[in-house]
Design a protein around this ligand. Structure first.
Ligand code: PEP
Length: 245
């Protein structure tokens, strides 16, 4: 049986309860018709428990968008991995480029967050990706390799290749570029962890939409997609789920 494709929605700082309810109902319906997809939605933390409760009985899982590396403490405004788990999450995104850029998160911090997540049974979705300047300078592979080798914990994780220049811009790499970067990431992760290449799953993120999802999902080495903007639109996200056939 072919491996299931991960279809992950990152709502970022969007969503109020009323619109979220309509959206997750549509997502649950699409996911029920797509057993080939592992569908995950990552709402803002304020909606996590509520969204998870609406999804009971469906095959859609939920995730957090970030967690703190420590279990508890004087960290005003932060959320621990255990809190996400208690709210019903099964996954958590760590190291998103928006957090790396806005909060100066380092690879080492990302690794600690991923370890904290795994410690409470969450699967971390570890984001890596080069900026436009790094790609233009011919350093994309080097930058991404460093992020992978310095951010990876020991255990069960997902990787997300998200070129920073493709996030929210409508630009995507060519299928050939996605394939070659995913092969590179898988090779580096296998070397770092000792895991077999078949056990390393890398999803692609950056301007995925209903029109390009099928081709991206069919690209060699792509185990799924991480979707930002289009995950907030029921029709687009449901089309992306259908594209995972
Ligand atoms: C993201 O922020 O993870 C993302 C992929 O955003 P978008 O799909 O909007 O480019």
């Amino acid at each position: 049986m072919p491996m299931r494709k991960f279809i992950i929605g990152n709502w970022k700082m969007h969503g109020a309860a009323a619109e979220a309810h309509t959206l997750v109902e549509a997502v649950a319906e699409a996911a029920a018709k797509a057993p080939q997809a592992e569908v995950i939605v990552c709402p803002p933390t304020t909606l996590l428990a509520q969204v998870t409760s609406w999804l009971v009985g469906s095959n859609v899982k939920t995730g957090g968008q970030d967690c703190h590396a420590e279990a508890e403490g004087a960290h005003t405004g932060s959320i621990s991995a255990a809190m996400l788990e208690e709210a019903g999450a099964a996954y958590v995104i760590v190291g998103h480029s928006e957090r790396r850029a806005a909060f100066g998160e380092t690879n080492d911090e990302v690794k600690k967050k991923a370890q904290a997540a795994m410690g409470v049974g969450l699967i971390p979705i570890i984001c890596v990706g080069e900026t436009a300047a790094e790609r233009d300078a011919g350093k994309a592979e080097e930058v991404v390799a460093r992020q992978v080798s310095e951010s990876l914990p020991k255990g069960h994780f997902l990787l997300a290749y998200e070129p920073v220049w493709a996030i929210g811009t409508g630009k995507t790499p060519t299928a050939r570029d996605i394939e070659s970067m995913h092969a590179h990431i898988i090779a580096v992760a296998a070397r770092e962890t000792g895991l077999a290449r078949e056990r390393i799953f890398v999803v692609y993120g950056g301007s995925v939409n209903a029109a390009n999802a099928r081709q991206i999902l069919a690209t060699k080495g792509v185990s799924g997609v991480l979707v930002g903007g289009a995950s907030l639109k029921a029709e687009a996200f449901c089309n992306i789920i259908n594209s995972s056939e």
